[in-house]
Write a protein that binds this ligand. Structure first.
Ligand SMILES: Cc1ncc(COP(=O)(O)O)c(C=O)c1O
Length: 499
């Protein structure tokens, strides 16, 4: 029997009662207290029980329906949906390319996006499989199986395998992050970290700040929790501090989500001044910063790749470290360093998500770190990516048409371009696709998809030997596109406003 009278609503809170009720019912659904197909109480009964208006219940039920957590049966009432199916769909749509919007899904549906072996893939920011250290990983896996036998297959504690947390604590000292093993949370990929933090920290209607453009997976997670996202422009030396200060005068965000080193998608890094200024503002406004460090290891031509976490003296930075771009994305392994003040919420959200990250993988990675194989692997990856990066930078300077503007980054995997205002990167995408080239149109990285003339290319999935020719060919394709589109604009038969 579900105890609805345990629902606590705070009439003194400045959050609307219907949002509080919605949040309570939502956690009951996500925690499994309300099981699939359970009927929610009739509106009047719940309103009487909680001593609130009928409209408050109606609005809370409406929100649950909008979030796809309940369904209505005409004449019978409101019922809890089976959310397991939803989780499966979410996992399937994890990879970055899947955040492409409706327009691209149509392209995929109409079979135009055949990524065959001749397609030049500038879109994907995932390492090529030949870079994965399969032999070394096989040997640590075998060692774990011989050592731990069945223990490697039991449930692992939600916070993470203790020896691995100890190894990570030690590893972090190299990047000047001094922390405790209690502050380290193992997660199944940085995307899960973002999602867990969203679950733990965001209530429906809360405000969240991000850089704009930003990582599309973060936008999706925050939106899925009902957050209102305010995007702060990013400049080539970091976030626009003036714009941030102005927004902080009008809004009290739950947190700001940033990538201070080799930002995705722009590749830009914050200057030391902007890193310090951002921390200063966080301290002044009592604001959490979520730092997504997915790439600081790949700093080829800059020594300014300190993480915010290493500069944070007041424990306001929640640090997320992914191993996907420098190790093996399919392991689904990453970690967070979180302030102890949010420990309880984080651990509850992690447990709700997947109970724990695979114990077997954690044990294997622990050995991998301790044996120092990790360091060798990072050096190896750095060398490969650095070579690709240099060839890419030289080729861009040599071939990319002058109408297309860019600021070359000093490391990382991504390069960001802007077309002249009247051209659409979606149109260029469609045109390039027909010529066997794919890249990421910029609009997916904008909070409201508001910009249509930027695009991102990545070196992760393209070999050094292919880069120069591919950029030369891409530049020819861009030139034809500019010419063709210009003719169409002059004829007036293609140009349409971007809404
Ligand atoms: C900025 C950023 N954060 C997080 C992720 C997700 O990483 P993971 O594979 O560790 O979940 C990505 C993946 O592309 C990313 O670009």
């Amino acid at each position: 029997m579900v105890e609805y009278n345990n629902i606590k609503l705070n009439r003194k809170s400045n959050q609307y009662l219907y949002i509080q009720l919605y949040n309570e019912l939502k956690s009951m659904i996500l925690n499994g207290v309300l099981t699939p197909h359970t009927k929610l109480p009739p509106i009047r009964r719940l309103a009487n029980l909680l001593k609130i208006n009928n409209a408050t219940v109606v609005n809370a039920y409406k929100l649950l329906e909008q979030e796809d957590l309940v369904y209505k049966k005409v004449g019978s009432g409101t019922f809890v949906k089976n959310i397991n199916n939803k989780d499966i769909r979410y996992i399937e749509t994890h990879s970055e390319e899947r955040y492409l919007d409706e327009k691209n899904r149509n392209i995929i549906n109409s079979n135009q996006i055949q990524i065959n072996k001749n397609t030049i893939n500038f879109a994907s920011a995932t390492p090529t499989p030949d870079l994965f250290p399969v032999t070394e990983f096989k040997s640590v896996l075998n060692e774990v199986l011989d050592r731990d036998r069945g223990n490697a297959f039991g449930y692992q504690e939600s916070q993470g395998y203790l020896p691995l947390r100890k190894a990570i604590k030690k590893y972090l000292i190299n990047s000047n992050i001094i922390t405790t093993i209690d502050s380290i949370q193992i997660i199944s990929g940085a995307q899960q970290g973002i999602d867990i933090l969203s679950k733990a920290l965001i209530d429906y209607g809360d405000i969240v700040f991000t850089e704009n453009p930003t990582y599309a997976g973060a936008i999706s997670s925050f939106k899925s929790r009902g957050a209102r996202i305010i995007g702060i422009p990013i400049e080539k030396d970091g976030i626009d501090i003036k714009a941030l200060e102005n927004k902080l005068k009008s809004f009290k965000p739950k947190f700001i989500y940033v990538m201070p080193n080799f930002q995705n998608p722009t590749g830009y890094s914050y200057s030391v001044e902007k890193k310090n200024k951002l921390l200063e503002l966080a301290y002044k406004h009592d604001l959490f910063i979520i730092e997504d460090d997915y790439l600081s290891d790949l700093s080829f031509f800059s020594s300014n790749n300190q993480t915010l976490k290493s500069l944070d003296t007041e424990n306001k930075v929640i640090y997320i470290k992914s191993f996907s771009k420098i190790f093996m994305p399919g392991l689904r392994l990453a970690f967070m360093v979180t302030p102890i003040s949010i420990y309880n919420k984080v651990i509850a959200a992690k447990h709700m998500s997947d109970i724990s990250t695979s114990g077997l993988i954690q044990r294997a990675f622990d050995l991998y770190l301790r044996k120092g194989i990790w360091k060798k692997h990072i050096n190896y990856m750095e060398n490969i990516y650095k070579k690709r990066f240099e060839i890419m930078s030289d080729s861009i300077k040599k071939y990319i048409p002058k109408e297309v503007k860019y600021d070359l980054p000093k490391g990382g995997l991504n390069f960001w371009f802007s077309l002249p205002d009247k051209y659409s990167s979606w149109d260029l995408y469609n045109f390039s696709l027909k010529n066997n080239i794919i890249f990421m149109p910029g609009s997916i990285f904008y909070v409201n998809k508001e910009d249509d003339h930027h695009f991102r290319i990545s070196i992760a999935s393209i070999y050094s030997s292919q880069i120069e020719n591919s950029i030369k060919y891409f530049s020819e394709v861009i030139n034809s596109f500019l010419k063709k589109t210009n003719n169409e604009i002059e004829k007036g038969d293609s140009y349409r406003p971007i809404l």
